[in-house]
Design a protein. Structure first.
Length: 536
């Protein structure tokens, strides 16, 4: 019975019991978010609620919700997971002119479990998203796209399917996509602090351009404080040749370049890096800030994929365009596309396409509101599989024709430090520059910055970066550099960005200062010092 008894025990918040297996207790919704899963969902709406949705489709109205697992077939429906239907908020979703449908057609839905019952959750969830798939005749595009993103290491929502009825009327088969909210973010990243972190939704042309912070919708976090997004925007639009070095403290460019490569690879033209076709692009993406204010980019709205063989370097969102204009970042993008192509090719997407299409076929047969015929569905599935088969070769041709002439240092080292090789594990201990190059006069931590005073004994280039530890490795939060033509004294400053300073209001911070001196003859010394900055 696919663990329905265990799911029932955790269906409503506070009801998990010791008999539930550990994995189910940690994520009781996991079984539902599987490409091979089909649930049945019953919604009830009063005449007054229906009237309210007709007047304001985006506003939640009160309704009831019930979900029952199945064995994957219409004849294998099990008992509902809750003894009585839950009182929930229901609203319609979609964009007018594309995926929006009203209740006389195949409407798409958002379900909010705590809208009218404070604290209520279902399988640990606060929300559910049910996509009507009217823009995707194959009904498998989103499942394949998010599977490709996850296979390549880019955080993306999980998917299953649901057959929906409203007031007893069949509305048909839907994509049940994991809602990106703080519940999902904690599963993806381990934690989420809504006082300092954010999830911003970018749609209809919202981009990180000057003055663009207010164009983003705040889905999670403090709506009044967009300091982390404003810092990203300032860095992205900074002048100078070291664009990647300026942006790296505020954006995980390794993750983002993979995200952009997948936009191109999957033909996600209506995403961030798909293709600039008007004022409504970029579209369908999220910006997630980590505890230090460093952003990752997440995909959303991926139904129009696996159809258009996009060029891998066509103009798109601002960050993508700036990246491709700089040698260091374009090399990172090239490497990301190479990695993405291999990961997707090994992810078994063709088998997933075939098995998902087979799973949905009997449900599509009884769907009275689908907008395509069985023949059109089969044709769209076939075209999707052709695209999957062709794309590795197309990516390979582009990669072969655009091999970077020189491999720059791995991000996030500054481009100006091209002679400095990426370091291994950082050694502990005080700074100890050889006397033949320089002497350290002192390291002083002041409010918001750390200053390192050096006495250079000969002509040299000197650079410094400050790093903090985070999930996935060290993150650079500041840098400075100088050049001398002979013996002289210099002071390098590590000015902490706003998210780091705000973190110091709550807890102390371990900061690693890495100082590099390169003499005129090429002799180089790299030194580190670990500082503990007290809470302010």
């Amino acid at each position: 019975m696919r663990g329905s008894a265990a799911l029932l025990a955790c269906a409503v918040v506070g009801l998990c019991v010791a008999a539930v297996p550990a994995a189910a207790a940690e994520d009781p919704a996991a079984a539902m978010y599987s490409p091979g899963s089909v649930e049945t969902i019953d919604l009830t709406l009063s005449p007054a609620a229906i009237g309210a949705l007709e007047a304001e489709p985006d506003e939640y109205v009160e309704g009831t919700f019930s979900l029952a697992p199945t064995n994957g077939t219409p004849g294998g429906v099990e008992a509902p997971l809750t003894p009585t239907p839950l009182t929930v908020g229901v609203r319609l979703k979609g964009n007018v002119g594309s995926s929006f449908r009203d209740l006389t057609e195949k409407a798409a839905f958002k379900i909010k479990f705590n809208e009218f019952v404070s604290g209520q959750k279902f399988l640990g969830l606060k929300k559910m998203t049910l996509n009507n798939m009217v823009e995707d005749p194959s009904m498998i595009h989103e499942t394949l796209t998010y599977s490709a993103f996850r296979a390549a290491g880019v955080p993306a929502p999980r998917t299953g399917y649901a057959y929906v009825r409203v007031n007893g009327d069949d509305f048909g088969i839907y994509l049940n996509i994991e809602t990106l909210d703080d519940v999902a973010l904690k599963k993806m990243f381990g934690d989420f602090d809504d006082e300092t972190q954010h999830l911003y939704e970018g749609e209809n042309g919202a981009d990180v351009k000057p003055g663009g912070a207010t164009e983003f919708e705040v889905d999670e976090g403090d709506e009044a404080d967009r300091g982390d997004l404003e810092a990203l925007i300032a860095a992205v639009n900074s002048a100078g040749s070291d664009w990647a070095a300026a942006v790296s403290p505020f954006a995980d460019l390794q993750e983002m370049t993979r995200m952009w490569a997948l936009d191109k690879y999957t033909g996600r033209w209506d995403g961030y890096a798909g293709e600039k076709r008007g004022v409504n692009q970029p579209n369908n993406y999220y910006l997630y800030s980590d505890p230090l204010g460093r952003f990752q980019m997440l995909p959303w709205g991926s139904d129009e994929t696996w159809e258009e063989h996009l060029p891998f370097d066509s103009a798109a969102g601002l960050m993508f365009n700036r990246c491709l204009a700089e040698t260091g970042c374009v090399t990172a993008y090239w490497e990301s596309l190479q990695a993405v192509s291999g990961a997707v090719e090994g992810a078994g997407l063709d088998s997933l396409a075939a098995s998902t299409a087979s799973l949905l076929k009997p449900w599509q047969a009884i769907d009275p509101r689908k907008e395509v015929s069985a023949g059109e569905i089969a044709f769209a599935v076939g075209e999707t599989r052709k695209f999957i088969a062709a794309r590795p070769g197309e990516a390979g041709e582009w990669l072969a024709a655009h091999v970077p002439p020189v491999t720059p240092p791995t991000l996030p080292l500054p481009a100006s430090d091209s002679s400095v090789k990426p370091m291994g594990p950082i050694a502990t201990g005080p700074i100890g520059l050889p006397k033949t190059l320089a002497r350290v006069r002192g390291v002083v931590a002041k409010k918001g910055s750390v200053a390192t005073r050096l006495r250079l004994l000969a002509a040299a280039r000197v650079s410094q970066r400050g790093e903090v530890s985070a999930r996935g490795g060290a993150i650079r939060v500041c840098s400075d550099r100088a050049r001398t033509t002979g013996p002289s004294s210099v002071t390098l400053h590590c000015r902490l960005p706003r998210p780091v300073r705000e973190r110091l209001h709550r807890r102390s911070l371990e900061l690693t200062i890495v100082t590099t001196v390169i003499a005129a003859d090429g002799e180089r010394q790299v030194m580190t010092r670990h500082l503990k900055l007290p809470r302010r």
